[in-house]
Each structure stands twice: as structure tokens, then as C-alpha cells.
Design a protein around this ligand. Sequence first.
Ligand code: NAD
Ligand code: UDP
Length: 337
Amino acid sequence: MAILVTGGAGYIGSHTVLILLKYGIEVVILDNLCNASHKIINRLEKITNKKLIFIENNIVNRICLKNLFKKYDISTVMHFAALKSINDSLHQPLLYYSNNVTGTIILLEEMLSANIRNFIFSSSATVYGIDSPIPYCETNSIGHTTNPYSTSKLMIEFIIRDFVKVNPSFKAVALRYFNPVGAHESGELGENSTGVPNNLLPYIAQVALGRLKKLNIFGNNYNTPDGTAQRDYLHVIDLAEGHLNVLNHLPKIKGYKVYNFGSGKIFSVLEVIKIFEKISGKKILFEYKPRREGDLPSFWADTSLAKNELGWQAKRDIYTMIRDMWNWYIKNPNGLN
Ligand code: NAD
Ligand code: UDP
């Protein structure tokens, strides 16, 4: 039996593949490389000393899915494949809905016809929307999202919930990730972003590497201790390991479940800069800019459900996240593209 990992060449997917392989679990990767490089597959093979099954194709391709499900004995699908830029989604909503939402519907339909019943979905803390009380708890209502990317995740959660209701033999878990950062400690795997990054830590790394002149801090008048926004950062390896906990817990799960995957701790933009400077020895120039549209002042995860039910909690602190991320950038200053 193997796990199908859609988006397995991407940032979180590739780290999860690494953890699954480490624990002797067979993996088939499906990725169209729209935001990844084939070199990640080579790196995974190098680190694990294993030959990987990699299919370069699109999740919306039914024929590909049918053949894949016929050829390989798949027990579970871990569904990471998605477009993920909030900013791009504001300009290309249809692309985001078609890739993320239609892609997931096709995947679920083909799983159903191939009798594959276990589904683990990469959702996002952004489904809590702008009105949710903090810390975010899985029982909070979801909605009031601020961009098509987050709305695509929200729609998919509703689709999975409704689908599982009428297919009771199906088990599905939606994992609401907070802010994944960091890289594998080897420096062989990391976030292989192209172009100007949207996220804070990849942007800081580009400034440290001298590729970008300075960081724009979006907002210094939030109602937070230093005026800059706070986020719940989570090491990508902790996140990857969490998927293994979910996999092991699947036999006990009935129907549809949702878990927060965060650390439960928050750091402001200024705090992150200070820690990065300490670890890298680089000075990060920054300038205050107006708030970024749709950004929230502060949110973090209530992590008790994942801890109590899955026995999972984040172990690696912000220093480890930033150290591992910086190690990845030093070893791969040009990325893998
Ligand atoms: P990523 O872009 O690095 O990985 C996604 C992978 O999916 C890429 O390799 C891309 O080539 C592939 N892909 C996209 N559309 C595809 C399609 N139609 N068919 C086949 N492959 C396709 O992103 P990531 O950071 O690894 O995110 C993984 C998942 O986690 C995504 O669903 C994302 O929305 C979710 N998520 C990410 C974050 C984050 O901050 N990184 C936070 C919350 C949720
Ligand atoms: N941020 C910033 N400058 C940047 C990128 C991000 O000030 O160039 C801030 C952003 O406003 C947010 C925090 O850093 O408060 C984390 O942003 P990121 O995009 O990494 O995560 P998200 O906003 O999706 O939680």
C-alpha cells in the first residue's frame, strides 16, 4: 500500500514525503511542477537513497488519476497540490478556483470510483476569516475570508464535509496550517520560491542575501506590543511529522475531522527580524509601509485538539526554524531553478 502525495514536489509536500519515507511508508508523488522543480525529486532521492515514483501531471487530469489508481495500490491521498499566493489569487480568481476547488472535486470523484477512502487535505488558518476570536479553535465558525485563495480552501472544506456525509465509509481530515517556515536540517530541502516572495521569512532571507534592498513592514500601528503584526510560526518538519500522526490516527477517525496545525506561540514582524539578525549575523534594512490589504493584527492556534487526539504538538522553536531556513538559503542561494 502506498500514499499518493499530490503536490509532493512542493515545499510542505516534499518535507512530508521525506518523513513518510523515513518511516518506511511507500509514496507516489503527483505534481505538475507549476511551482516546483524536478530537482526536489532528485534531492529527495539523494537524502533517502531511494528511487521515488514521481508522476509529472495535473490533478485535474482524470485519465492520469484513473491510470495511477489502477497501477498503484493507494490507501490514502495526502492532498497538498494547490496554488497558494494570496496576492495572485486576487488577480486570477478563476485560476485559483479551478485549480484548487475543481482539482479537489475531480480528485475526490476519482478516489470514490477507485474505492480509495482516506483523504488528508492541506487547509489553512485563513479559513477562520476576519471575525474569528483568537486563539483560533476548531469549533470557531469559519468564513468571511478576504481573498480567493482562502475562499478556495473554505469551499473545499465545505465540499469535503458534505461529500463525507453521504459517503460514510470515507475518512477525511482537513489540517488548518498556520505559518509554516524552516527547512530540512540537511539544507538539501527548503522552500524553493521563485520571484519576489510574498511571505515574511523568504523575503527577509532575500534581503540578507543582497537580492532585495530592504524589507517593507506592512503596518506598525496594529494593536500589538510593538505595533507590528504577530503570527504563529511552525517548523515545516513539525508540520510534516504531524501528517504521520494523522495517518496513524486514521483508523480511529470516523467521517470528517479538522485539526489546527500551529505552534500556539506568536512572534511579531520586529521580533522575527531581530532573531533572524542574531542567527545570520546580517542586518536587515526595513521601512514601514501601510498595512497589507486583508492582513490581520494577530492570530494563533489553539493546539489542544491535535495534542489530545493525535498526540502531536510542535517541538521546534523559532530559533530552529530560522536557523534551518537560513542554512537552506546559504546552501542554495539561487534556489533550485
Ligand atoms: P507549494 O506551491 O510549494 O506546493 C504545492 C505543489 O503543488 C507545487 O509543487 C505545485 O507544483 C503543485 N501543484 C499545484 N497545482 C497543481 C495541480 N493542479 N496538479 C498537480 N500539482 C499541482 O506550496 P506549499 O507551501 O507546499 O503548500 C502546500 C499546501 O499547503 C497547499 O495546499 C497550500 O495551500 C497549503 N498551505 C500552505 C501554507 C504555506 O504558508 N506554505 C499555509 C497554509 C496552507
Ligand atoms: N509581512 C511584512 N512584509 C513582507 C511580508 C510579510 O511585513 O514583505 C508581514 C505581514 O504583514 C504579516 C506577517 O509579516 O503580518 C506574516 O506574513 P506572511 O505573508 O509570511 O504570512 P500571512 O500574512 O499569510 O500570515
